[in-house]
Design a binder for this molecule. Structure first.
Ligand SMILES: [Zn+2]
Length: 153
């Protein structure tokens, strides 16, 4: 190991990380690197002495930032297949409701407007459902869109 490499590796060590066996071996025989590292350590010690003690600093923002960043993200995700299956069930229900006896009974009592209101409500339900599906799966839709664009290129 050359001296330049030794110093670079030393500087890349994380706080408290120990020297590798090769580095210790080099350091054992190289007076230049011993001096260089002693100088670096002395500089770090001077910088550390200049820092105010930790209890005098206002660290609330830093602590809040760490806490905020460590909170788990909401990652539960429903797969596209389940969304589409649920939508097919909704659409099948909309179609099958016209054959139900309850609907026939309501048609008889409430007249033609019930039929219109029922269809409008089902349309709103499917539209809202699709909007939520699109908003929660934008990445997947974008991937499909890109694939389609590449196919027609
Ligand atoms: Zn050296």
């Amino acid at each position: 190991m050359k001296c330049d490499e030794m110093i670079v590796r030393y500087l890349l060590l994380d706080n408290g990380e120990k020297l590798s066996a090769r580095m210790r071996l080099h350091l054992l025989f190289c007076k230049g690197c011993q001096r260089e590292i002693a100088s670096i350590e002395a500089s770090f010690a001077k910088v550390k002495a200049l820092e105010p003690p930790i209890d005098e600093r206002d660290i609330s923002d830093a602590v809040l930032m760490i806490v905020r960043n460590s909170l788990p993200l909401y990652t539960k995700k429903v797969s596209m297949e389940k969304w589409i299956l649920a939508e097919l069930i909704i659409i099948a229900s909309i179609m099958l409701i016209h054959f139900s006896t309850a609907k026939a009974w309501l048609d008889e009592r409430l007249g033609g407007y019930f039929h219109l209101l029922l269809n409008a409500a089902m349309g709103v339900i499917v539209t809202v459902y699709n909007a939520v599906l699109a908003m929660t799966h934008l990445d997947e839709f974008n991937r499909v869109r890109k694939r389609i664009m590449e196919y027609f290129r």
